[in-house]
Write a protein that binds this ligand. Structure first.
Ligand code: NAD
Length: 337
């Protein structure tokens, strides 16, 4: 299949692009490089052993997206492109709504005009809102607590409505839990701009000496060690989930929703200990007050993806930490400009 990978220069998109190519697909990256570096491309090409077509387009630009899809010959779009920082979305809601909804709308319009039938969407466990019980199941109601989360809820709804109106459209809504880790080569990985929002890049930056200590927000949650528990999955397992979902869209009509997680939660303290084993030294931590909006536990029921996609996130927490450490220690400042 010839596949357009939007946001393919980003963290999850880059790992997925490699797996698509390894599975025999032809992957074309489209990215505006607003949140990624061009230097990822030669690294991807070295790992893939071939050149990769890259188009620099802002997907909120309707005519440019139309032109990209018109002459692309694509059979599917995997839509990673978007803005993803929760805190920033509270400060800049208009930017988040216009970028995340705008890119989805212009892609959908161009796909309909040019008969591209398959759409795989990067959704998030954030659509379960803050009051969901665990483990989280796909049929739970959706809601959000911040503009980023609302963009995901809204994009899911836009895709459901588009599929009702156009029965030839096949959509996979992939609700990721907490992707971490990096490619085993240590040459590509997560390189957040500014202060990271997520635990793993913060831990990695403390381990490599870019930050003095890790703040643990709350150790009085009703969990075994008092720290929050999340469902971390290796980015390589997540990438494989996209390849499996794409294959499944060959036969699944309409909209399919799949949780992509391990189903097993890990606490902040457990993750810090696993990372210390991976990097070979203890990490300085400090306990800070809970943050508003954080929940004690969030983890998936991944049984639908296991049954319908034949997919499981099997890599362990130790593998996630070892691979993150290889990437971070080889690239302490992330990608070169
Ligand atoms: N990383 C996570 O923890 C996580 C969890 C759940 C869902 N997601 C979703 O998965 C997707 C990918 O996440 P990621 O971690 O790889 O993020 P990322 O920031 O590394 O990658 C996103 C890419 O999209 C590009 N982009 C942004 N706006 C664009 C536009 N208008 N036109 C073209 N390109 C644009 C950026 O330059 C970047 O390369 C996002 O939609 C994110 O919301 C991520």
């Amino acid at each position: 299949m010839r596949i357009l990978v939007s946001g393919g220069a980003g963290y999850i998109g880059s790992h997925t692009t490699l797996q698509l190519i390894a599975s025999g697909h032809d992957a074309v990256i489209v990215d505006d490089f607003s949140r990624s570096k061009r230097s990822v491309v030669p690294r991807l090409e070295a790992l893939a052993g071939r050149s990769i077509e890259v188009r620099e387009v802002d997907l909120t630009h309707v005519p440019a997206t139309e032109a990209l899809v018109a002459d692309g010959g694509f059979e599917a779009v995997i839509h990673f492109a978007g803005l993803k920082a929760v805190g920033e979305s509270v400060e800049k809601p208009i930017e988040y709504y216009s970028n995340n909804l705008g890119s989805t709308l212009s892609l959908l319009a161009a796909m309909r005009r040019h008969g591209v039938p398959k759409f795989v969407f990067s959704s998030s466990a954030t659509v379960y809102g803050e009051n969901a019980s665990v483990p989280m199941k796909e049929e739970f109601p959706t809601s959000a607590t911040n503009p980023y989360g609302w963009t995901k809820v809204m994009q899911e709804q836009i895709l459901r409505d588009a599929a009702v109106a156009d029965p030839s459209l096949r959509v996979a809504l992939l609700r990721y839990f907490n992707p971490v880790g990096a490619h085993a080569s240590g040459t590509i990985g997560e390189d957040p701009s500014g202060i990271p929002n997520n635990l793993m890049p913060l831990i990695a930056q403390v381990a490599v000496g870019r930050r003095q200590k890790l703040l643990i927000y709350g150790d009085d949650y009703p969990t075994p060690d008092g720290t929050g528990r999340r469902d971390y999955l290796h980015v390589e397992d997540l990438a494989a989930g996209h390849v499996a979902a794409l294959d499944r869209l060959g036969t699944a009509p309409g909209v399919s929703t799949w949780n992509l997680g391990t189903g097993t939660p890990t606490s902040v303290k457990e993750m810090v200990d696993a990372f210390a084993r991976a990097c070979g030294h203890e990490l300085p931590v400090e306990i800070a007050p809970r943050r508003p909006g954080d929940v004690a536990e969030s983890y998936a029921d991944p049984s639908r993806a296991e049954a319908e996609l034949g997919w499981r996130a099997g890599r362990t927490i130790d593998q996630m930490c070892v691979d993150t450490w290889r990437w971070q220690s080889n690239n302490p400042d992330g990608y070169p400009a």
